[in-house]
Design a protein around this ligand. Structure first.
Ligand code: ARG
Length: 276
């Protein structure tokens, strides 16, 4: 997709949108075309709220989505979804914080949020429930423990070891599969889990590596990543299976953002590098 023009962009949406249910339109696209060679300039997708791309996420996942000191929702995913919305001629809104394991069901059920952009890994299991956009970032897992604790995936796989995770995440699944002898402690909140390691309640946590690194650098200097786990995950944006036109429009917007340098700018801003 090296040179997608605005015309191609809308034509693609039109074609994909034709698959959507009749009567499903309601985007913020200007209906200004008089060009008969195109199906329509109006993207055929539904939105919960006219002209708005409504996001739902768990908002304790810095630097992807979190609430800053002023109470504003910020992060890599926030900038990315703003950029996507802008390409689509929409504005962007975030619903209040929701537990991570409720996000896929919320998108599947529909009516509340259009998308979930939440540092969410594309997985076969989730693909049974929702669609995902093209991948937008690569990620791995990391094991976090007290600095200098000498723990690793081998020593943690033992009776009496308390290993925390965020409920319903890929870290949660990784513990089940790889640390069968440890006690898994699923928690809704990442900060609570890390705090629990600081205070000695838990031995370790398994969590997305970029988040582990960010949180340790920002607020947990007493903790460290004791082991990196190369899971090779890819983040994608969850969209309802009933909204294929929206998925197509988001993929087109993502491609445009990759191509015009916006993605690199956002990566640079949040990670200080474009190599992530
Ligand atoms: N990447 C992991 C997963 O998809 C963790 C995502 C957690 N995201 C969040 N906003 N809390 O399972």
């Amino acid at each position: 997709m090296s040179s997608m023009t605005r015309r191609n962009f809308f034509a693609t949406i039109g074609a994909a949108g034709a698959l959507a249910l009749a009567g499903c339109n309601g985007s913020g696209q200007p209906a200004e075309s008089t060009d008969d060679t195109q199906t329509t300039d109006e993207a055929s997708y539904t939105l919960v709220k006219e002209g708005v791309l409504t996001n739902v996420a768990e908002l304790g996942f810095a630097p992807f989505e979190y609430i800053d000191d002023e109470g504003t929702t910020v992060g890599f995913d926030v900038d990315l979804s703003n950029a996507i919305a802008e390409k689509m001629g929409l504005t962007c809104e975030w619903l209040p914080n929701q537990a991570f394991d409720t996000l896929v069901p919320t998108i599947k059920q529909g009516g509340k949020a259009d998308i979930s952009i939440a540092g969410m890994t594309i997985s076969d299991e989730r693909l049974e429930q929702v669609d995902f956009s093209d991948p937008y970032l690569n990620s791995n897992q990391g094991i976090v423990a007290a600095a200098g604790s000498d723990l690793n995936s081998e020593s943690l796989n033992a009776e009496g070891m308390q290993v925390a995770c965020q409920t319903g995440t890929t870290g949660d699944e990784w513990i089940s599969e790889n640390l069968p002898n440890a006690t898994k402690v699923p928690l809704a909140d990442v900060t609570a889990a890390l705090m629990g390691i600081s205070t000695g309640l838990y031995n370790a946590m398994v969590i997305d590596l970029p988040v582990a690194q960010n949180m340790i650098a920002e607020s947990f200097s007493d903790l460290e990543v004791v082991e990196e786990i190369p899971t090779g995950e890819q983040y994608g944006i969850a969209v309802s299976k009933d909204n294929p036109g929206l998925l197509a429009a988001i993929n087109d917007a993502l491609a445009a953002i990759e191509e015009d340098g916006t993605m690199d700018e956002i990566k640079q801003k949040w990670f200080g590098t474009t190599e992530i």
